[in-house]
Design a protein around this ligand. Sequence first.
Ligand code: ATP
Ligand code: MG
Length: 502
Amino acid sequence: MSNHLFDAICAGIRSDAPFIETLEGKSWTYGDMLTLSARLASALVKSGVKPGDRVAVQVEKSPEALMLYLACVRAGAVYLPLNTAYTLAELEYFIGDAEPSIVVCAPTAKPGLLPIATAKNAAVETLDEKGGGSLMELAAQQPDAFADVERGANDLAAILYTSGTTGRSKGAMLSHDNLLSNATTLRDYWKFSSADRLIHALPIFHTHGLFVASNVIMLAGASMYFLPKFDADTALRLMPTSTVMMGVPTFYVRLVQSPDLTAESTAHMRLFISGSAPLLAETHRQFEAMTGHRILERYGMTETNMNTSNPYDGERVAGTVGFPLPGVALRVTDPESGRPLADGETGMIEVKGPNVFQGYWRMPEKTQSEFRTDGFFITGDLGKVDENGYVHIVGRGKDLVISGGYNIYPKEVESEIDMLPEVVESAVIGVAHPDFGEGVTAVVVLKPGASLDEKGVLTALQDRLARYKQPKRIIFVDDLPRNTMGKVQKNILRSTYADLYQ
Ligand code: ATP
Ligand code: MG
């Protein structure tokens, strides 16, 4: 029987080839992956999981947890990973929303989860960070082979909740072909082969670590170091035996602070990829100065997998997210009317292609309002395409500041502030203002020991930005609030400073 995604993974692997290695020196070949995912698939079926059922998983990162994703695909179930930081109250919402037939959690979380799951008729099994737990015990009793459940291109493989940066997380329904088509494109675009070894330090409840990293590795028959979390020293130690790293910008910010980051220590690496949040142009330049490597920045989202990427061979331009990937159509439109805009004009980024999701789980109205009638998905990100075809992101639609009737794109102001030698980074937000509607407000992180005050920043911006774009107030903080994917939480900043102009 054919299983669209898993058959494609099987086509490119050799069972004796290495797949995963952990810091404890444990390793799994692709043959081990086939056996373990088969046993787990049988264990799911034994626990009552039927094709199309959701399997909710909130566990620490481990190779077994990745095998559980594959087991779901093989069993025709819908994998639904949940952020390990979610509290019981949040889990209650997700379980109520997704109605999984089983919840897999850490053994320590089981007592709290049991009443919530039971109320929704979901079974509970456990999986710990060392690969133990009740689900694994059940799996150990199952045969080495599993007859994969028939799944076509459009059948669901996963529901992935968005990061919740702008509001309540939404469940994005992703089909077998959404995942397969994008991973195949990325494997080829980034020139992955079985000779590659990836430093995998991202969480696997999010699209970046789960689909971009893992699916690309498997489709190439390549291998990875699987790390519980990112740590600059560990990453540097693994670079001489690795070829690629995928990271969020925070990884790179931390790496450039290490004196051990040099051309020599990165000589074995062929590619550094960044995404999930904007990479500071300054970090890009610093990284290149220290190593000779130009970080490749790409842009994607839970709903669409990856949309654009800087080129592998051509010029990787700092501050841009590169070109639309092969097969992805991208356009910039007027946010209100939806009218396509010319290159160079800033507006709403819309995308269409086999990568774009099937809709938000149980939110038909929301789904309908985020798609144009010709099938383009409205990403919510504002940007432009420059004269060389590179896509620039200037911020999210929800973060646009409207002051005195003018639109102000936060990135433009942030870039100017970030260029000041005393500044590490900044976040520009709109705060309710009695005269202007919203007042442009900059929250700024200074370099240690730097002395720059509000007046100093404002004076520096005077000749660089039109008056309406200049911040009304500058606020200095030690750190910007970020979530686990390194995204700046502007909603928190907006509520913290809500009364600034009152
Ligand atoms: P929510 O939709 O719940 O508010 P979220 O949009 O942060 O959360 P994700 O799907 O994890 O959830 O993130 C996708 C978003 O991340 C994109 O829409 C974009 O705003 C941002 N993003 C991803 N890559 C980049 C990048 N290279 N540069 C700038 N922004 C990026
Ligand atoms: Mg989003």
